[in-house]
Design a protein around this ligand. Structure first.
Ligand code: BGC
Length: 757
């Protein structure tokens, strides 16, 4: 397509050195790897495939029988190739010294960490960044995160998470780019580019890790770590495209997923790892297991011992063992028994050493450990970027009677809700080294822009209580004390408009946080109802890590602003939007269900045999107690201005296999504000060798329009855009009729049609 964002982005990824230079670099790295490999004993090789966590920070279940002293000795003996969760210039230097100064060959370790949406400066959670529909937001976010993490001695982030997520019950929806493979692919490539920059050798970049390979987001019933049953077609057409985009963007590493697919654990899945990733895609980085996912092959009932699990995983193509102790204690024996070839071990080790060379660790193992560089963390420059990216990530879901934007100093505003005064939740889950409570709260953000302090008053409503301090404090609402609601009602009676923060606190979404009820529930619902009884001018500011069910709030609130968890500058960014200093431009990367019973719900579904209620009888695909459409569809988002779409035009209604056609429409700003619109292109392949989705996103463009201004937006469609994994088991196009839409979201659009010859 013209200005196809994916193609443009891929082109920009081509490194700036000439092809000849690039080949030389590759050649010399390969030579160095081979020289080193030839000096290594089998034990030392296996050591490179072993990763341990630092004992002072755990991001998974604490492994049984771990002895820190033993691990220190193993590092010194060259039996630990990598560590995770060691952070800080000083700590990483100390840990690196153990390996470099003591082991026979002095091979440096590679330090990995979950730097998902920031290191100290928190940027919007990835789901929010995807709501910007702007790959530059995702890229810049990862660039800032990489710079801060690299300054603390981190070489490698376990991000981006690029799992397609269609089920809002799954807590890890917050870590990804939502439900769509096209948008997901663009965001995946942008994130890889942001983390890795043009060269891993720079002290401002880190190696990226695309995870979780594969189909982790398809866990049955939205329950984390649960079974996945998925067809090869859905795997290829929906789940894998973001991974392919990440590989094409040069991602250094890939992480397995915890789930089984068709009974085979991803970690020991030969088809995924050897056939597709390392075979078809020629991926030349390394594959790391997830936390003890090799050991968990036993829990899946597919191996009875760690040794058997190691045998399955290494032969399937998993190169490094995270916290499983499966490789380091079993691979040697497996080689001696002829069950694993030394060539297989060599291949895995080569891949690990290659990334270490590319990071420059053999030139200077301490190059990232520099306290001076840590000053970049939380710098004003990074906070300014965080604010800018955060406001671009906000999605306006409703704005009746143009209640927004609010007027500074002219309206009495009642800010209500514990989340509005919460300096922690906006930091979100997976917050790396963010200081607890360091975000700008919504209340602070509003107070920063309203000069007349008498015009803004706050009432907390029900309070948070600390519930289960596990990894980090988990906050819940105090359901037993409703006195706060009375105070809030008192305030609501006296103000012109209520700004009410509702949603989820930071750790309600994230790993291990699946939920069966995703409503705004309990005391928050009671708070809304009580306020609504006395003041109808309610602006709901949602803070959450997944789509939530809004029930009556959707109808009764005058305005709804989706802010997700926006990071360090959340409050300032939300205030920018509420008062019109930034006209909201975000669009949903996920469908919002009307009720949890609709999950999984996504726009690019298949038609059923009984999609329409033509006979007015009960036997069609629907629910008897709820509409089957989402509350807010994929791609949906409003602006303070209004946009009108007109004049869809196709340069031809026939597309010949080597040619292309242009599809265009005119977009006009018919409102009072300058604004940004994301114009979306969808197609439907009407008949295929297998059923095709009723709509598929194939392109989007962002345009800015002043009031009264119109622009013609043109997309180019060629054969490549219409290929899919067909019934014949290959990527192909099938001639036939197509529908095409240009629209403002996945449900509304101007329709055209063409035939592919
Ligand atoms: C998660 C990964 C993460 C790893 C290391 C696992 O539990 O699934 O996404 O990278 O822990 O912290």
């Amino acid at each position: 397509m013209k200005k196809n964002i994916l193609a443009g982005f891929m082109a920009a990824l081509i490194v700036s050195c000439s092809p000849a230079d690039h080949t030389k670099v590759i050649d010399s790295t390969e030579k160095k790897v081979e020289e080193l490999l030839s000096k290594m004993t089998l034990d030392e090789k296996i050591g490179q495939l072993n990763q341990y966590t630092s004992s002072w920070e755990m991001t998974g279940p604490v492994p049984e029988g771990k002895d820190q002293q033993d691990q220190l000795e193993m590092i010194k003996s060259g039996l630990v190739g990598s560590m995770l969760n060691v952070t800080g210039a000083e700590a990483t230097r100390k840990a690196q010294t153990l390996a470099v100064e003591n082991s026979r060959l002095g091979i440096p370790m590679i330090f990995g960490y979950d730097v998902v949406h920031g290191y100290k400066t928190m940027l919007p959670i990835p789901l929010a960044a995807a709501s910007s529909w702007n790959p530059e937001v995702a890229r810049q976010s990862c660039e800032v995160a990489a710079r801060e993490a690299a300054a603390s001695g981190i070489h490698w982030t376990f991000a981006p998470m690029i799992d397609i997520a269609r089920d809002a019950r799954w807590g890890r929806v917050m870590e990804g780019a939502g439900e769509d493979p096209y948008l997901g692919s663009i965001m995946a490539a942008a994130q890889v580019k942001g983390f890795q920059g043009d060269s891993l050798n720079s002290i401002n970049t880190v190696a990226a890790c695309a995870k979780h390979f594969a189909a982790y987001g398809f866990a049955e019933a939205g329950r984390d770590y649960n079974t996945v049953e998925i067809t090869e077609h859905t795997l290829r057409n929906t789940v894998l495209p973001p991974f392919k985009a990440a590989v094409d963007a040069g991602v250094s590493t890939i992480m397995n997923s915890f789930n089984i697919i068709g009974g085979i654990p991803s970690t020991s899945n030969h088809h995924l790892l050897r056939d597709i990733l390392k075979g078809e895609w020629q991926f030349d980085g390394f594959v790391i297991s997830d936390w003890n996912s090799i050991g968990e092959i036993r829990n899946h009932g597919v191996a009875s011992t760690k040794k058997e699990a190691a045998y399955l995983a290494i032969n399937a193509g998993t190169d490094m063992d995270m916290e499983g102790d499966c490789y380091v204690f079993n691979l040697k024996q497996l080689v001696e028994e002829g069950k694993v070839s030394e060539a297989t071990i060599d291949d895995a080790v080569r891949r690990v050493l290659k990334i270490k060379y590319e990071l420059g660790l053999f030139d200077d193992p301490y190059k990232y450990c520099n306290e001076e560089n840590e000053k970049v963390q939380l710098s004003q420059e990074h906070l300014d970027i965080a604010r800018d990216l955060a406001r671009k990530s906000v999605v306006l879901l409703k704005n009746n009677n143009q209640i927004l934007p609010l007027q500074k100093d002219q309206q009495k505003i009642g800010v209500i809700g514990a989340l509005a005064n919460d300096k922690d939740s906006p930091l979100g889950s997976w917050r790396a080294q963010a200081v607890t409570g360091s975000a700008v709260s919504l209340l602070e953000g509003i107070n920063n822009v309203v000069k007349n302090k008498g015009m803004v008053k706050y009432a907390q409503g029900p309070e948070f209580v600390t519930n289960t301090p596990k990894f980090t404090e988990e906050l819940q609402f105090n359901e037993s004390d409703l006195s706060g609601i009375k105070e809030a009602v008192k305030l609501a009676k006296k103000v012109d408009v209520v700004v009410m923060a509702l949603g989820e606190n930071c750790f309600q979404a994230g790993e291990g946080r699946s939920q069966t009820n995703i409503e705004i529930k309990g005391v928050q619902q009671q708070l809304f109802d009580a306020i609504y009884a006395v003041n109808k001018n309610i602006v709901v500011v949602l803070m959450n890590g997944r789509p939530v069910v809004l029930n009556n709030i959707a109808q009764q609130a005058q305005a709804i602003v989706e802010t997700w968890h926006l990071g360090s500058e959340a409050g300032n960014a939300i205030a920018d939007v509420l008062f019109g200093d930034y006209n909201p431009s975000g669009k949903l990367p996920v469908s919002f269900p009307r009720s949890v019973g609709q999950c999984p719900i996504y726009y690019n579904q298949f038609s059923t045999g009984r999609s329409a209620n033509t006979d007015n009888n009960v036997f069609w695909s629907h629910y008897t107690d709820e509409a089957k459409t989402p509350l807010y569809p994929f791609g949906y988002g409003l602006s303070y201005t209004s946009f009108e779409y007109s004049n869809i035009e196709l340069s031809s209604n026939e597309l010949f296999s080597e040619g292309s056609i242009e599809v265009s429409a005119t977009i006009s700003n018919t409102g009072k504000f300058a604004g940004k619109e994301t114009v979306q292109l969808y197609v439907q392949d009407l008949f295929g060798s297998i059923a095709r989705p009723i709509k598929e996103l194939k392109g989007f463009q962002q345009i800015e329009l002043t009031p009264g201004e119109s622009k013609k937006v043109t997309f180019k469609i060629s054969k490549q855009d219409l290929t899919y994994y067909t019934a014949q088991g290959k990527w192909d196009v099938e001639p036939g009729d197509f529908k095409v839409w240009i629209g403002t979201n996945s449900q509304e659009g101007l329709e055209g049609n063409f035939t592919l010859n």
